[in-house]
Design a protein around this ligand. Structure first.
Ligand code: NAD
Length: 775
């Protein structure tokens, strides 16, 4: 590999090749996507073109922005192979057959530029098999890059290099995958299924056969091998439905063929006749006619059914009532020790999966940390197997495995009494195979609040937020409440943080590491206050939020918001008040208040108006910007990526996007530092707004929606309140109004709606229950 990656070639426009092409295009890098010339089609590029068409319709979306599709050039392997000569990285994602892949590599040798990286997306074929008979130059440039499906959303990328692969080729591909594609890299040995699938296949198979042996229902199994273990609630049967039930026997067969006799996989590997029958009947999961679960649409309903593992017949889904789960709560050891079939099932699946993981070092993975990362990112587990072992206690685990006459692998036996992870000098360390502890290393450019928290106490903290020192004179404000919902405490701490940062720091970053940046104002609390008619309290919290957000905007230091995941309502408004934004590529911003019958109350209306007004492409006059904001806010529009948020003006042209979640904080901090010299807060805007005539225009548009059945009468009430704010209130002709006047309008309209909605909620409650709502 001899330079940066500026153009990528992808061969195979199936599920994976197309998905990877979309993600490369999302990174703004041009892609050539090639597939076979189809039989009997007039269009020789039909396969690759069809793939792009499918990508545009994919759900969840494959493209972060539809414009990215234009970066993919479709072609075919007969006419366009030469186009790969300009590609710096060629990714092969054709059918899983070594002979087909190798034949393709031989053709590539004639056209590719020497030094360009070539990788296979194979899930199971060893690198040494793929490179058999290939020349030295090819082997130097060849590696395996194993993406997970769907490539836009799954963060794991497993990389396997051969003994001949040039280190700089691996480094260049890894760097591009990390920084441009946003992937977290786990290096794997050249062994079957690499890390995540090797363990994942064992885990799924053991969970399947044990459920049958212990006589569990699919719902029971998914409830046990699910959230209590930090595993997504799809559990095992839900996951098999998702990935395709037909895949199971195929991957098992390939593992059976390549794994040595001594491998513990063989002990759980057995044919399950029900699976064979399901596949024959087309019951292959969500892509087929149903799976372990199925939606019954007969009689116009949507009843969920589940399969009976013993008879294969469907019956209505039953929410499992498991006393063992309730009794154990968060105590995993108690769940695994529970007497009876539930405890036995939990123990046999989890303890044996951990034990199997312990046999994969060094054969498949270099360290326990790599295995844990692979399972967290490849299977969305909250904890990897060794983190789970620490939760159980390794000595307990070893003792229990031995007591049940189950194999105890050496790595586990050696670790008995010790922890797999420990904290030392403020750093997290993992237990190596040498018996010593090693720091978990972060790549340059990766900064995590998770690590900072291990080493220091917060500068400020209350029950809903915290302020951290992230070094170099930069502070980080973190929401910490449930769903990062904003309440009086988060707003209070923000006010204090602004003072502390002004006195002791150079800049502020607003960031957190939860799944969602913030879902906005805590509506539960607001409803509670409304229930007891504490209108004054609600109005006070709206005013406090307005004050805190404006204090943030006009603070004497730069503020950078660094959202990831959902940033909605008040969570979006704080982003709008920052001087700059560094957003993760997967950020979903929106002012969604109208969806719950309210309007933005913390300055969102004014901030959005100012942004649209500054757009030179809009026609002159006050109305175009007002109409744009009205449309976005009244429809509770949410951006489906950070790129889309630019177009919707939740982000501004100079704002940055980080593809890799782990790089977001460091990127935001860098951006904040770059703004420190000569920083001056913005000047408060003034608004020229269209007044009553504007309101009349917007009201008639809303009436039109109502007539077409797209808006309820209640929506009209909300839309009118929004129009009143955006048009600058009730005057006939407005010259200009100040930012503060607009905030006052926002607050009073918000309060009016809050009262209306409470009245509606009370009437609804009375109608539903026949009893009035008591204060
Ligand atoms: P797919 O069947 O969806 O697509 C394969 C593509 O390869 C098709 O478009 C086909 O036309 C093309 N093709 C077939 N023969 C070819 C040939 N001789 N030359 C060129 N192209 C040819 O398969 P997929 O699921 O995208 O898998 C592709 C690769 O990725 C496989 O190696 C698979 O093991 C691996 N993989 C798949 C997944 C997954 O979840 N599907 C995940 C990780 C890795």
């Amino acid at each position: 590999m001899d330079g940066p990656i500026r153009r990528v070639g992808i061969i195979g426009a199936g599920t994976m090749g197309a998905g990877i092409a979309a993600q490369v295009a999302n990174a703004g890098v041009p892609v050539v996507l090639l597939d076979l010339v189809p039989d009997g089609s007039g269009n020789r590029n039909a396969l690759a073109e069809g793939a792009i068409g499918r990508l545009l319709k994919a759900d969840p979306a494959a493209f972060m922005h539809d414009a990215a599709a234009r970066l993919i050039e479709a072609g075919n392997l007969d006419d366009d192979l030469g186009k790969l000569a300009d590609c710096d990285w060629i990714i092969e994602a054709v059918v899983e057959r070594a002979d087909v892949k190798r034949a393709l590599y031989r053709r590539l040798e004639g056209v590719r530029r020497l030094g360009s990286a070539i990788s296979s997306n194979t899930s199971t074929i060893a690198l040494k098999v793929l490179t058999e008979g290939m020349g030295e130059a090819f082997r130097r440039d060849f590696l395996i890059t194993h993406f997970f499906n769907p490539p836009r959303y799954m963060r794991l990328l497993e990389i396997v290099s051969g003994s001949d692969t040039a280190a700089r080729t691996v480094a260049a591909a890894a760097e591009f995958a990390d920084v441009a594609l946003g992937k977290s890299i786990v290096r794997c040995a050249d062994s079957p299924g690499f890390i995540a699938n090797r363990l994942g296949i064992y885990w799924l198979q053991s969970a399947l056969v044990e459920a049958i042996d212990q006589g569990l229902t699919v719902e029971e199994a998914d409830a046990v091998i699910g959230p209590p273990m930090g595993i997504p609630k799809t559990g095992v049967f839900g996951l098999m439905d998702l990935v395709g039930i037909d895949l199971g026997p195929q991957v098992n067969a390939s593992m059976r063929a390549v794994l040595p006799k001594s491998d513990a996989f063989h002990q759980v590997d057995r044919d399950v006749p029900l699976i064979g029958r399901m596949i024959e009947q087309g019951l292959t999961g969500r892509k087929g006619k149903g799976g372990f679960y199925r939606l019954d649409r007969s009689d116009g309903g949507r009843r969920r059914l589940a399969i009976d593992l013993a008879t294969g017949a469907y019956r209505p889904e039953q929410k499992p009532v498991l006393a063992e789960l309730d009794a154990a709560g968060r105590d995993l050891r108690m769940l695994l020790s529970a007497p009876g079939r539930i405890g036995t099932y939990a123990f046999r699946v989890l303890a044996q999966t951990i034990a199997y993981a312990a046999t994969l070092i060094p054969e498949a993975a270099g360290s326990i940390a790599d295995i844990d990362t692979a399972m967290r990112l490849g299977y969305n587990w909250r904890w990897g197997p060794f983190e789970l072992a620490d939760r159980l206690g390794s000595d307990w685990l070893v003792e229990q495995l031995a007591a049940r006459a189950l194999a105890v692998p050496k790595l586990l036996a050696d670790a008995a009494g010790a922890r797999f992870y420990r904290l030392e000098g403020g750093r997290r360390q993992y237990l190596g195979t040498d018996g010593g502890y090693h720091d978990i290393e972060r790549a340059t450019g990766v900064l995590l609040l998770e690590d900072i928290k291990l080493a220091a106490d917060p500068v400020l903290r209350n029950g809903s937020a915290a302020l951290w020192d992230i070094g170099d004179g930069v502070a980080c404000f973190e929401f910490t409440s449930k769903s990062n919902a904003l309440d009086q405490h988060s707003i209070e701490l923000l006010g204090q943080a602004i003072e502390v940062v002004g006195a002791r720091f150079k800049a502020l970053v607003i960031y957190n590491e939860a799944g969602n940046f913030s879902l906005g104002f805590n509506l539960g609390l607001a409803l509670f206050a409304a229930n007891i008619a504490a209108w004054g309290e609600i109005e006070k919290s709206i005013a406090a939020g307005q004050r805190a957000y404006k204090a943030l905007k006009y603070a004497p230091f730069p503020v950078v918001a660094a959202p990831a995941g959902m940033a909605l309502g008040g969570g979006c408004e704080i982003v709008l008040h920052a001087d700059a934004v560094q957003a993760h590529a997967e950020t979903y911003l929106g002012l969604v208040e109208c969806g719950v019958g309210l309007i933005p109350g913390w300055g969102g209306c004014g901030e959005m108006l100012a942004r649209w007004r500054a757009d030179p492409k809009l026609p002159l006059g006050p109305m175009p910007a007002v109409a744009k904001v009205f449309e976005a806010v009244s429809s509770a529009d949410v951006s489906k990526s950070a790129q889309q948020a630019m177009e919707k003006k939740f982000l501004r042209p100079g704002d940055g996007i980080s593809m890799n979640r782990d790089r977001l904080l460091a990127d935001a901090k860098q951006r904040a530092l770059s703004m420190v010299d000569g920083y001056a807060p913005p000047r408060p805007p003034e608004f020229a707004l269209p007044g009553r005539s504007g309101q009349a225009g917007l009201a008639s548009a809303a009436q039109g929606f109502h007539r077409r059945g797209l808006a309820t009468r209640h929506d009209l009430v909300v839309a009118e309140a929004l129009a009143e704010v955006l048009c600058g209130g009730d005057a006939d002709i407005i010259d200009t109004i100040s930012e503060q006047q607009l905030l006052d309008l926002e607050r009073s309209a918000f309060m009016r709606l809050a009262r209306t909605n409470l009245t509606l909620a009370r009437i609804e409650h009375t109608l539903e229950t026949g009893r009035p709502l008591r204060n």
